[in-house]
Design a binder for this molecule. Structure first.
Ligand code: HEC
Length: 181
């Protein structure tokens, strides 16, 4: 659970999620215990996988949620909670930080979004189809999640991301860009 960037959520949004989860219907389902296999344990021991708690800034103060409007300001707030975990804090993409090794590298949104309009971006989030009509590899980013964004949220995120200055692909490692962030 990537707390190190999920902590970009405002206290009021967090309270709303908590209120929802408290009343969500109970589901009886056995979950297999989460565990790292032998290779994962070795990589962890060698410092290759960071313990999420170690890289989370525990003195971080939750941001104030901007006004809910189709503005770049609100889009930035949404993107910092929902997109930077994979696309990197400077949105230049690259291999997903501590992601599944089978995932494709995340796209460089500072370049890719230049090929979209608000409409084709909304269509992409609903279907996984790029502006040129081809389907992305949906193993990491799935329309089953992003299709739930409403039109105001889509317009806000598009307004923010499409105006980012273009930068080189994966211009620095995730952690470096996170530390500068
Ligand atoms: C779990 C990781 C993950 C998250 C979270 C995520 N993405 Fe992605 N995204 C990816 C990966 C990986 C690809 C590349 C898929 C491919 O190359 O087929 C991608 C591709 C894209 C593309 C396609 C670019 C193109 O035309 O090729 C766009 C646009 C995009 N993401 C936007 C977003 C936005 C906006 C958010 C936040 C709302 C987001 N992503 C959140 C992993 C993620």
């Amino acid at each position: 659970m990537p707390s190190f960037h999920l902590n970009n959520i405002s206290d009021e949004d967090l309270a709303a999620i908590y209120a929802y989860l408290k009343v969500a219907p109970k589901v009886d389902k056995e979950h297999p215990p989460l565990s790292l296999g032998p290779i994962g344990k070795m990589v962890l021991a060698q410092g290759g996988i960071k313990n999420q708690a170690e890289i989370t800034n525990h003195n971080f103060k939750s941001p104030k949620r901007p006004e809910i409007a189709p503005t770049a300001e609100y889009g930035r707030y949404i993107a910092e909670v929902t997109c930077i975990g994979c696309h990197a804090p400077n949105y230049t993409g690259g291999p997903v930080f501590e992601g599944d090794p089978n995932w494709p590298p995340a796209a460089n949104l500072t370049k890719k979004l230049k090929g979209y309009t608000n409409e084709s971006f909304a269509h992409f989030l609903k279907t996984g189809l790029r502006a040129d009509g081809t389907l992305i590899d949906t193993t990491a980013m799935s329309p089953s999640i992003t299709s739930r964004a409403d039109s105001l949220e889509v317009a806000a995120v598009f307004s923010y991301l499409s105006a980012l200055p273009q930068a080189e692909d994966a211009s620095a490692s995730w952690l470096e860009t996170f530390e500068k962030h």
